[in-house]
Design a protein around this ligand. Sequence first.
Ligand code: KG4
Ligand code: ZN
Length: 364
Amino acid sequence: MKILSIESSCDDTGITFFEAKGGLQTADFKVLSDNLSSQTIHNQYGGVYPMLAKREHKINLPILLEKGLHESKLFRQGLKSAPVDLICVTSGPGLEMCLWEGILFAQELAKKWDVPIQPVNHMEGHVLSTFGKNKGKFKVTKLKTPILTLLVSGGHTQLVLTKKWMQYEIIGESMDDAVGEAFDKVARMLGLPYPGGPHISKLAEAERAAGKRAPFILPRPMLHTKNFDFSFSGLKTSVLYLIQKIEKENGELTEQDKASIAFEFENAAIECLVYKTAKAIEKYKIKTLVVAGGVAANKHLRNEMKKVTQENKQKVKLLFPTMELARDNSVMIGIAGYLNYIKNKKKVPKPASIRAEGRMRLAK
Ligand code: KG4
Ligand code: ZN
């Protein structure tokens, strides 16, 4: 069947056309066209402005749709009959006014083409993003259970346990800021552009490669608590106090100060993620570890997770999304949408009943 998938939960607008077939653990995908528009307009503000993001989605969606229809060669048919059999759209979590733009766009097309809509949980998209390859063909394969997914993005830090395929139990999460949010806020304190994760990571990598050590230590919050929860707000505040202390003693931060702070912050944040993930692998006798979400692009996190799984006697298979699919995209929405559509035996809600749910959860 042919599928259109739409992503607009935050500051990326994505439109993908697929050909999909097969079952829950054997599905085959062929990407016919894939277009993503990232909103650079927020860079200057140090964060995403929902009203601006909504406006950009409204402008981008029809442009990307037309481009996608042409590239996938579905356009000619599109004029006469429905070019797809199903529309998948992110309905949460995310910024509600942005989610609505995607949903309203999907509803309009569904009406015009008389096709069903499968609403998609954005976080399930991230969980399933490791199957995707940005362009071309790919397959969903059977993963050994139990599966543990570390979801790390701008809005989420969660450890998700899957005992049965496509069923989720959140066993730990951040009590306050998401890890990506902490990267973004620390970057802002250092005068780096938004989104800050890649900039912090670049500075930290250079320090690591040079074999340097930071001249101070930042806390690793909740590292030794018995649960699988995280906290990043205190770490962020410690960075703020450290900056104030350096500025008071030496004046404005030097480039070396900034690099040292980025390095030690990255070490602290990633250590918290890795330590708790390793503990959960032991406790739940995990066979497959998935690390997904925007922060999964972080090189240090990838390397540390490789070490954890290689050193573990349980022979844990480690999966990451490609760099393109670690960040928000509509390929993962199509994968999650198609799999849910066949899981629910093609039963979907009435298009008009689909609502944006900013705080939608993957599980209780
Ligand atoms: O999944 P995503 O694109 O959007 C959300 O659903 O939130 O994640 C975006 C987050 C941002 O906070 C960004 O700074 C962070 O992922 N990020 C990184 C890196 N690349 C992106 N954080 C650390 N290191 C990176 N290399
Ligand atoms: Zn995301």
